[in-house]
Design a protein around this ligand. Structure first.
Ligand code: AMP
Ligand code: MG
Length: 308
């Protein structure tokens, strides 16, 4: 069964609907890419209702668990999912929900924070390399090497802390970094790491609503940081940096999904479907045993059965 058919069966949609759904948000070439062409409130023309989505997500989570087990058993491919977004777009919640069914032993989540002294003493890709998933595992990057062409680009004073030699800082710095990222991801793809990148695309109005909701509910106060509000003042600069990053690094073997983030149920559905499709394409199989291994199992059975 091909990947799209499996996603379709799992989500109770037709293969055509699934292909349309994912192709709508998948970006594999940067030429002409504009964030403005993507609506954060898009829910694919009411193809799916939130109630349906709830059920679909449940089925998707189960399917993902099966695929992840095979990925682990086969031990050839690894999967890297990069999550990038503006504050309050729902990265954490999406990761939590989509991965809720998979065996924690097969998944590693890395949250990239403001770099510390050891990280600042290295090149910007260093900490991402250290956090890459080994074969058989799914690695989730909650933020990533992209921060170095996003937050650092929006706040060039952060670049100072990276202590690059002066003569290496020129006008082309951001393009050079973007090209380095594209090369890095192509390298990973050729080493057997499936690279998927998700940009959760939130509208400025919805961010305001979510910030206010955090302020309204004492249980959500911990999620609110005044620093996030300060970043909101740089909204346009961030959108420009995201657009440039996506345009420069979208590739068939390292696609971006520009996922509408104004409706959480829809965000989760698209991320889940994209992951299932990507794993399905790998044609994962539990590796068959050779005759020697089979004989060893038969001997083990005989020994256990002979026990009194
Ligand atoms: P949070 O994800 O809310 O815990 O916040 C992490 C913070 O770390 C965000 O404000 C990011 O912009 C920031 N951050 C992550 N990577 C970098 C980086 N390479 N340079 C500067 N700040 C970063
Ligand atoms: Mg935050």
């Amino acid at each position: 069964m091909d990947a799209v058919q499996d996603v379709a069966r799992t989500l109770d949609l037709s293969p055509k609907q699934v292909r349309k759904l994912l192709d709508r948000f998948r970006v594999t070439r940067g030429k002409g890419f504009r964030l403005k062409d993507h609506d954060p409130a898009d829910t694919a023309g009411h193809l799916i209702t939130p109630q349906q989505a709830h059920h679909m997500l449940g089925a998707g989570v189960e399917r993902l668990a099966e695929l992840q087990e095979k990925l682990y058993a086969q031990d050839r491919w690894s999967v890297l999912c990069v999550f990038q977004a503006i504050d309050a777009a729902g990265k954490d919640g999406t990761i939590k929900h989509v991965m809720s069914g998979v065996n924690p032993a097969g998944v590693q989540v890395t949250s990239f924070k403001v770099p510390g002294p050891e990280e600042l003493a290295h090149d910007f890709l260093w900490r991402s390399v250290r956090a890459l998933p080994p074969r058989g595992r799914i690695g989730i990057f909650n933020r990533s090497h992209y921060e170095d062409v996003l937050v650092v680009r929006v706040h060039p004073e952060i670049l100072e802390r990276q202590r690059l030699p002066r003569e290496l800082i020129g006008r082309k710095l951001w393009d050079q970094r973007l090209r380095a990222i594209a090369g890095f991801e192509r390298y990973l793809a050729r080493q057997g790491t499936v690279v998927l990148k998700f940009f959760l695309h939130l509208s400025k109005e919805e961010q305001k609503r979510r910030f206010l909701a955090r302020l309204d509910e004492p249980d959500k106060h911990w999620k609110f940081s005044t620093a996030d509000l300060a970043e909101r003042d740089h909204w346009d600069a961030y959108q420009a940096a995201y657009q440039a990053a996506i345009a420069a690094t979208a590739a068939p073997d390292a696609p971006w999904f520009v996922v509408p983030a104004d409706n959480k149920w829809f965000t989760r559905l698209i991320v889940g479907a994209a992951l299932i499709e990507a794993l399905d394409k790998l044609d994962l199989r539990i590796p068959p045993l050779d005759a020697v291994a089979e004989a060893r199992l038969a001997a083990a059975r005989a020994r256990l059965e002979a026990e009194r």
